[in-house]
Design a protein around this ligand. Sequence first.
Ligand code: HEC
Length: 234
Amino acid sequence: MKYFFLIYAIVAVSVVGIFKYRGHFFEQPPIQLLPDMDDQDVLKAQKQSDFFADGQGARKPVAETAPRGFRADGQTQLGGIPESEFSGATGYYYTGHYGDFYGTGMPDELQLTEQNSIELLKRGEERFNVYCSVCHGKSGDGAGITGLYGVPGIANLMSGPYAPQSYPDGRLFEVISKGKGQMSGYAYNIPVRDRWAIIAYIRAMQVARSAPYDVVKDAYEAGKKLQDEAAKAP
Ligand code: HEC
């Protein structure tokens, strides 16, 4: 008990000692233990500056600076991505929506045929592995590598809630484009056609998961053989 009062007294004196100075004016500049960003060479908007020859503090953008999605020469393609993909185009292909509702199914703009459907799926596989697998896992089960380093609550895309019956393609499109919760949007990284390719690939993985063994037997055996060989390799 003796110590309790002693510690109590010390704490009380130091708290009063420190707080006494709140609102107090000092003659000297404060001692900065951690100066952080207290002092910066910044100018307030519209202020003059002797640093620049023209005396203007506010600077113009560097010549040929172009907003994202536009090109200085007036062309409408930026790195192969049409400008419309950045500037709020409308319709199912660009938004995943029909009016206020999510749509489902592959949009007509993809102009899918029997041959190029396979190409779209392969592209989707590649893009999924590039952009999504780090978090959602190569098989889409939510067990990607980032989970081990602390990204919480990664969705298992192979689970019931994300099945086509309960989760429309348009909603997938929107999540890829705009993100959700802990996941950021990929509209600026993934062109629209590639987003649809990823959606098609996710759907293919979902179907493959629930396919009866007879149907996927050959692919399963082939995959297993590759895995066994890889395991045996030195
Ligand atoms: C940086 C990690 C990360 C990456 C990369 C990532 N996601 Fe996600 N994703 C998450 C997390 C975390 C959630 C859970 C978000 C939440 O509900 O808060 C999520 C949720 C989702 C959902 C479910 C959203 C819902 O409505 O519940 C879908 C669908 C999805 N991601 C698809 C994708 C696709 C497709 C890609 C690749 C283009 C991708 N994600 C890339 C982390 C990621």
